[in-house]
Design a protein around this ligand. Structure first.
Ligand SMILES: C[S@@+](CC[C@H](N)C(=O)[O-])C[C@H]1O[C@@H](n2cnc3c(N)ncnc32)[C@H](O)[C@@H]1O
Length: 375
């Protein structure tokens, strides 16, 4: 890596902490630098993420530049000779110790976290072949019931392609795509995407509903809803209404819904492959606080589900407290909701109730989904 790249990467690593995630600090630093191309930014970001991915292998007493060089060497070595890394070292070093209370850290999971993440696209329905042909370097996930998913292995800036601007595809992780497929909304139904954020799943639900019916898309962050509206315009998704909701008992509408999706805020352990900095800033306390928020959100929306309607809970994390414990507590407090079995879209022959999607199994983010029907 050249000297300028090294300087930028070092500055980002030094400024990153729990309140300043590395990806946001990197964006700021790149904005300040003149004369760096997009490819330069890409190379710098790879070095920074390699550093956080291999942090458990570092000796804190060594100077930062040597640690960064070591991280790049380990990345190469792991890509070429993965078997030269021992399972017990992977399990011990890839994650912080506190997580073992919450997640079964197997060698396969630890190894998956040390790989660079795949890039997944979701195309407009029926456009997968056309997008695949035009972008090239794409492949279709094997055996999955996700007819619009594509893995992209090329190197162009997808945000600058005409296909992106025409709304022919979105960047969306394969596990997130599975969530909306599990919701299985029908054209003409009324849904509530209660934690809609920037609309990743709202847009997919809209697509599955063929733009017919209505989706209430709420979030407490106005700026996220603003982004949702921009994305919806590009995707030509019109059957939604964006509203602010802070997650409290005061609901944005008295409507009773055919389906409610709670894609809740979470500790994000399922994204630790894509976002290795978060491994070292997320805490056990975050997990327990978020588990309370998740239970509260589910409890607050439950009354908005029509009798016979669906409630779907999803989180991009794998901790017990935020997955099965939340489900068990909800079940106990709301006996008028019965758990529903559904096929795993990533492995359609497998029927699941509480579905854990692991990065080592499907090459996407780790994700958990549960679903109920109101009696
Ligand atoms: C996992 S993200 C949603 C991602 C989104 N569904 C998507 O697919 O792009 C969780 C969202 O919950 C929102 N959120 C956090 N705390 C909340 C609360 N107490 N009430 C409502 N929304 C909340 C966050 O602003 C964030 O956008």
């Amino acid at each position: 890596m050249n000297e300028v790249f090294f300087k930028v990467a070092t500055a980002v690593i030094e400024k990153s902490d729990a309140n300043h995630p590395a990806d946001a600090v990197l964006r700021d630093e790149l904005r300040k630098q003149r004369g760096l191309t997009r490819d330069d930014g890409w190379e710098i970001s790879k070095a920074i993420f390699a550093y956080f991915r291999w942090l458990g292998w570092m000796n804190a007493k060594e100077p930062l530049p040597s640690r960064m060089e070591k991280a790049l060497r380990l990345t190469e070595k792991f890509r070429e000779y993965p078997d030269s890394f021992f399972d017990d070292h992977m399990v011990a070093k890839a994650v912080p110790d506190w997580i073992r209370e919450q997640v079964d850290v197997t060698p396969a999971f630890a190894r998956a976290l040390q790989k660079e993440p795949k890039l997944w696209l979701r195309t407009k329905h029926g456009m997968r072949e056309a997008v695949e042909r035009e972008l090239r370097y794409c492949s279709v996930p094997e055996n999955a019931n996700l007819p619009d998913a594509l893995e992209y292995e090329g190197s162009i800036d997808l945000f600058r392609t005409p296909q992106f601007h025409e709304g022919l595809f979105e960047l969306q992780d394969i596990a997130s795509q599975a969530v909306s497929v599990i919701c299985d909304p029908k054209p003409g139904e009324t849904w509530w995407d209660a934690c809609a954020g920037e609309g990743g799943k709202t847009l997919h639900l809209s697509e599955l509903m063929q733009n017919k019916g209505l989706i209430w898309a709420s979030d407490r962050a106005e700026w996220r809803l603003k982004r949702l509206k921009q994305r919806a315009a590009r995707a030509k998704a019109f059957n939604y209404r964006a509203v602010s909701w802070d997650g409290s008992e005061k609901l944005p509408t008295k409507t009773k819904f055919d389906g409610v999706l709670v894609d809740a805020p979470c500790s994000g352990v399922g994204t630790w492959q894509r976002n290795p900095h978060a491994r070292w800033t997320t805490t056990a306390q975050d997990v327990s606080e978020l588990a309370e928020v998740q239970s509260r959100l589910l409890g607050n929306v439950a009354g908005s589900v029509k009798p016979g309607g669906k409630l779907v809970y999803s989180v991009c994390t794998l901790t017990r407290a935020e997955t099965t414990d939340v489900v068990t507590a909800f079940q106990k407090a709301f006996p008028d909701f019965e758990p529903v079995d559904f096929p795993n879209p990533l492995q359609p022959k497998t029927i699941k109730r509480d579905l854990f999607m692991w990065p080592q199994e499907f090459g996407g983010n780790g994700m958990f989904v549960a679903s109920w029907k109101r009696k």
